[in-house]
Design a protein around this ligand. Structure first.
Ligand code: PLP
Length: 377
């Protein structure tokens, strides 16, 4: 048996939806993207969503929405994917790395308070593996320091904290639909907010700074027959970051399947928690809550990580490591900022397979081998 770490859950419904886009012969930014934005807005329960081609783009544009003066600082957890910390840099701002909470692996409030100074303008909490950051406390802190909050929701789609959907707590929430994530559009992302005025201008930023997209111009040509249908203005420096209708056609189907996919991942996590509860050389990396609606990945803390990875490799079980603290990467080394907890605990992290299509046989096979490894230790 060969068990994949992540796998998009795809079927005939997605192919049919792509076929609809083919039949319309409109694959770029158009009606399907608008429909997906509308349905996502309803699902999350926010006021406005802007579809883009990745969460990396979403984070870049989300930071740009505030027009912070260049050189200001943005607080970012050191345990995250590169894109969280690159977003401030793309905007001429400086990332300030903050340590994580040892239990939840999300941004440490204590360290946040220590590192926040008068030049800090925003904080970007990450819901790590779908595990919620203490976003209520972060919001209170942010309010007291006049910081904007951009939630990096790349690892969650429908997860909640204290009954409120992650991504709707902060000023802006950014999601990822990259192929390994909770749901996919191949690559893709979404920027969401309850502040329409804040993020509506990002529709032009994602479309090379133009105030009218091609679909709008096409409609003006074919429906209203205006002879100035072609006219648009470039209002500012923009990017080619738009979501397209091919992506959105997959997203519309995936969104319908999301509650089921989330449920299946939660079932598998419950099996893992039960299956490995007596192991002594390893444990779940996070205090997973069986009542949560959505986690993206399942991580262990294993004392002898390299040996565990080799053992799993021999059994054809894929593993991963999420993540090495960013300041250990050559590019981010210059931002090193005293984050001792992350630097010591990450060495035990191993991600094991979790995806909605995993069969019970695959889950049992993984558990059996995790236990077999533990017995050898
Ligand atoms: C925490 C986090 N933020 C942002 C991203 C970027 O997402 P995308 O691949 O959609 O650009 C990722 C990707 O894995 C991520 O893990």
């Amino acid at each position: 048996m060969k068990v994949r770490l992540f796998k998009p859950s795809l079927g005939d419904e997605e192919i049919q939806s792509i076929k609809d886009a083919f039949d319309m012969a409109w694959l770029g930014l158009g009606p399907k993207t608008r429909e997906f934005e509308k349905q996502w807005t309803n699902y999350i329960g926010c006021k406005e969503s802007v579809g883009v081609n990745s969460c990396t783009a979403a984070l870049h544009l989300a930071v740009s929405a505030f027009r912070f003066p260049k050189g200001k600082k943005v607080l970012v957890p050191v345990l995250t994917f590169a894109s969280t910390a690159m977003a401030p840099i793309y905007n001429g701002l400086e990332p300030v790395f903050v340590d994580v909470d040892e239990d939840t692996l999300t941004i440490s409030l204590e360290d946040l308070e220590r590192k926040c100074d008068k030049d800090c303008v925003a904080v970007m909490p990450v819901h790590y593996g779908g595990y919620p950051a203490k976003i209520d406390e972060i919001m209170n802190f942010a309010k007291s320091k006049n910081l904007k909050v951009i939630e990096d929701c790349a690892h969650t789609a429908g997860g909640e904290y204290k009954g409120k959907i992650l991504g709707t707590w902060g000023d802006i929430g950014c999601y990822s639909f990259e192929e390994k994530k909770c749901m996919t559009t191949g690559d893709g992302g979404m920027i969401c907010s309850n502040d329409r005025e804040l993020i509506s201008p990002l529709k032009s930023s994602r479309w090379v700074g133009m105030n009218k997209d091609t679909w709008q111009r096409e409609k003006e040509n074919s429906i209203s027959k205006s002879n100035s249908h072609w006219y648009y203005e470039i209002l500012e420096l923009g990017y080619k970051y738009n979501m397209n209708d091919l992506m959105a056609s997959i997203g519309l189907v995936q969104l319908k399947k999301l509650p089921e996919m989330n449920k299946r991942r939660m079932e598998i996590i419950a099996k893992y928690l039960d299956g490995i509860k007596d192991c002594s050389s390893l444990k779940p990396a996070l205090p997973y809550d069986k009542n949560q609606k959505c986690y993206w990945m399942f991580m262990l803390r294993v004392k002898n990580r390299d040996k565990f990875i080799s053992f799993m490799q021999q059994k054809d079980i894929a593993t991963g490591v999420h993540y090495m603290p960013l300041t250990l990467h050559p590019y981010f080394a210059k931002y090193e900022n005293n984050t001792p907890k992350a630097i010591s605990i990450w060495k035990e992290f191993v991600t094991i397979p979790l995806h909605a299509d995993m069969t019970n046989e695959e889950v049992d096979y993984v558990i059996e081998n995790v236990k077999a490894f533990d017995l050898l230790e």
